[in-house]
Design a protein around this ligand. Sequence first.
Ligand code: IPD
Length: 277
Amino acid sequence: MEDWSDCLDVAVQIALRAGQVVQSAVKQEKQVSSKSTPTDLVTEADHQVEELIISTLREKYPSHRFIGEESSAAGVKCELTDHPTWIIDPIDGTCNFVHSFPMVAVSIGFAVRRELELGVIYHCFDGTLYTARRGHGAFCNGVRLQVSKEKDVSKALILTEIGAKRDPATLDIFLGNMKKMLSAPTHGVRIIGSSTLALCHIASGAAEAYYQYGLHCWDIAAAAVIIREAGGHVMDTTGGPLDLMSRRVVAAGTRQIADYVVKQLQPINYGRDDTDP
Ligand code: IPD
């Protein structure tokens, strides 16, 4: 197996620098606009942080490729090939960032031959750093992470995120899915406004499962490595292998809870990152 430890070290340094930019930007007035829908927000800071991350990585690794949330929104093709590729969300939880709601992260994933190799997620408000490299474990501020071993869904805490579509038909399915999770019954359902940080809570064992329709490859890439290295499962909402570009995911500490969630879900079609605008 190739050793990508230098890439992990570089990603950590860049995530910390990017996090500092986010920390100072959160205190300033924000220039907010919207992208795919009125609730899909972007700020100047998202662009600034993505530019910082990509230009620093490009200088270090000129042959590598990049998928970034804001570059993709600007029309750069979102394509995962066999080439070493960095997958970046400069500010995950942009709506939280706009409101200074303290759940905002920088997420940097890295894939080679379409296999996710490493992930770094930095929580910009509390300074928590999640890191993982395939085959080498997952860590939170240097302490090894372990997913929840709970198999009984009636003792599970479930996380999800809403996604950008708010038309009545989509909301009916979204609320129907949430109703099924609540009436299992589970201990509860939580929405924190940041897919990457919610997924980190699966890795740390603070919650048992996560599901979402409508997130993007840059929301999943780093977190998938962190969850898998913490002993968890990350998959398609049908229960099959994760398709990074499919805009849907189920993650869980145990296969039993993942299977339960998969069986409950009614799909919401968000298209794909690699084909749809
Ligand atoms: C979004 C957030 C949100 C989730 C969306 C993500 P962004 O990322 O994680 O909670 O519902 O699906 O795309 O736009 O804030 O980077």
